[in-house]
Design a protein around this ligand. Sequence first.
Ligand code: TUI
Length: 338
Amino acid sequence: MDTTSTTETGKEVPTVDTRVTRLLGIKYPIIQGAMAWIADGRLAAAVSNAGGLGIVACGSAPLSWVKEQIDLVRSLTDKPFGANIMLMNPEAPELAKLLADEHVPVITTGAGSPSNYIGMWKEAGCKVIPVVASAALAKRMERCGVDAVVAEGCEAGGHIGELTTMALTPAVCDAVSIPVITAGGVGDGRGMAAAFALGGEGVQVGTRFLTAFECGIHEDYKKKVISAKDADTIVTGRNNGHPVRQLKNKFSRDIRKMEADSTATLEEIEAALAGSLHRAVVGDVDNGSMMSGQVACLVHDEKSAQDIVADLMREACAWSAFDLQQMADRNAQRAWRA
Ligand code: TUI
């Protein structure tokens, strides 16, 4: 049953009590995706203050930056927050220890299996939520004692697996008993309601937060997200085993050409990729990698993290109150927003 709560701006926002909200101690079952080079302490604190769970993405940043961002979140909010480790990062072991030493309330992981660190994190009192791209890994993670999993479909931005959200979420839900948080393709309330229909008890949302006022990426990157159409993302790296979804631009098209060109070596491609995420974040929208999920096509404006969270909740709760007949009738009128 939905209940309502009131934001600091006095607006009524419906919410839903799930195992994810209870596990994490948050008001709304919405986690902000950990976007490398993008999700810093300011964005994470804004999402946590909005009643979701903000996450600092460690990416490949120095340990000192990560510590600063954790301190920043703690100075901006007293609400729970998280940090994410990208396990392909060679410095993952040092980062894993830093997050344990800092007793970060929630740790999410991506691009690998965090099994070596789970014991240390649980001992430090952290909640552990790996991102998985298959039911098999979800099962292994459950046996290792994690608290929940994020099932991320390949509609997502950044590093992705093979399965779509539509197939992955129910497959993971059938494989494990712990809570499943759906990610990949959730950009508005319809997506959130759909995630719950598939078995999710929470959602992780990345792309929608790219155009939050509190997100520090360059305005030109934000404009590209806002103007993106459904077919405007592209996946590079499929043939080296590190597929990455990003917006189409000169950079991503050039990388795809190099990948198709059998004369380009892996080293040449790696040299072209080096620093590309950062270039986009500081505004080089032609020569940088603008990571984004497919739902960029559903993002039409900049707004505060609080409004993003509130609108997702309002839309999802309104939409899920209808039965299939009502949905079909409203769909015919394009009236899903209620
Ligand atoms: O990690 C992500 N998304 C990311 S990380 C990132 S940083 C980056 N920088 C430069 C190049 C590439 C990436 C940008 N986006 N999402 C979580 C995620 N994890 N998606 C898929 C997976 C995944 C895939 C396979 C997790 C585990 C896995 O298999 C592990 C195993 O042992 O089976």
